[in-house]
Design a protein around this ligand. Structure first.
Ligand code: C5P
Length: 215
C-alpha cells in the first residue's frame, strides 16, 4: 500500500491497538506518535529539565527510532519506561511546546513520506498528514476509556486506582484539546468511530471495511 492512514483520538479510545492490527493486516508500518512525545518527556525527566528552552534543546538533539514496534531513544529501548505514570502525567505539557511539536512533526512526515504508514496520534489528520488518504477519529466515553486504561495498567503490574486513571484521562483530554498549537481535533474529512461497547476486532473490521470500499 503506498497511501497513508491517520488515526486520531483521545487517550484510551483504542487507537494504538487498532492501528497496529490494521497495519499488520494491510502490511503497512505502524507509527505511534504518542510514544515519540512520551520519549521526549522521559528525556526531560531524566535530565530534570522543565523550562521550555532546555526541553526544546533536548528534543532537537534527541534521536528517535522505531524497530519492530519498539521505540529507541538515543539508541536505548524505552518502550516500557515511557508508559510509566511520571511520563503520563507530564507528557501533555511537553507536547504543548510548539518547537517540540515542530521537531516531531518533521520526523513524522519524513517517516510517512513514501506512504505505507498507519500513524496514530492527536493531530495526524489535521496537521501532520493532512493529505492522508484515509482518516479516522476514534472516541469512546470517558468511563469506558478509563476502564480500559485501568485494566491495561493493572495487568502490567502498575499500582493505580481507577480514580487516578480517570482523572489523568480527563486532564489530558483537556490539555490536548485546549493547547494553542496543533490541538487534538477531528479533521473535516475524518470518519468518526465511537468505540464505546465495541471490541477491537469490530473497530478493525469497520476501518478495513471503509478502506476496501474506498470511502
Ligand atoms: O497516545 P498517547 O496517549 O500515548 O499520547 C501521549 C500524549 O502525547 C498525549 O496525551 C498528547 O499530549 C501527546 N500527543 C500529541 N500529539 C500526538 C500524539 C500524542 O500531542 N500526535
Amino acid at each position: 500500500m503506498n497511501f497513508n492512514i491517520a488515526i486520531d483520538g483521545p487517550a484510551g479510545a483504542g487507537k494504538s491497538t487498532t492501528a497496529r492490527i490494521v497495519a499488520d493486516k494491510l502490511k503497512m508500518t505502524y507509527v505511534d506518535t504518542g510514544a515519540m512525545y512520551r520519549a521526549i518527556t522521559l528525556l526531560t525527566i531524566r535530565h530534570n529539565k522543565t523550562n521550555p528552552e532546555d526541553v526544546i534543546k533536548l528534543a532537537s538533539e534527541a534521536k528517535i527510532d522505531f524497530k519492530e514496534n519498539r521505540i529507541y531513544l538515543n539508541g536505548e529501548d524505552v518502550t516500557d519506561e515511557i508508559r510509566n505514570l511520571a511520563v503520563t502525567e507530564k507528557v501533555s505539557k511537553i507536547a504543548a511546546i510548539p518547537e517540540v511539536r515542530a521537531a516531531l512533526t518533521k520526523l513524522q512526515r519524513q517517516i510517512a513520506k513514501n506512504g505505507g504508514v498507519v500513524m496514530d496520534g492527536r493531530d495526524i489528520g489535521t496537521t501532520v498528514l493532512p493529505d492522508a488518504k484515509y482518516k479516522f477519529y476514534l472516541t469512546a466515553s470517558v468511563k469506558e476509556r478509563a476502564c480500559r486504561r485501568y485494566n491495561e495498567l493493572i495487568s502490567k503490574g502498575y499500582k493505580v486506582t481507577f480514580k487516578q486513571v480517570e482523572k489523568d484521562i480527563i486532564d489530558r483530554d483537556y490539555q490536548d484539546k485546549k493547547r494553542d498549537f496543533s490541538p487534538m481535533a477531528i479533521a473535516d474529512d475524518a470518519i468518526i468511530i465511537d468505540t464505546t461497547g465495541k471490541t477491537i476486532d469490530e473497530v478493525v473490521d469497520e476501518i478495513i471495511g471503509c478502506i476496501k470500499k474506498g470511502e
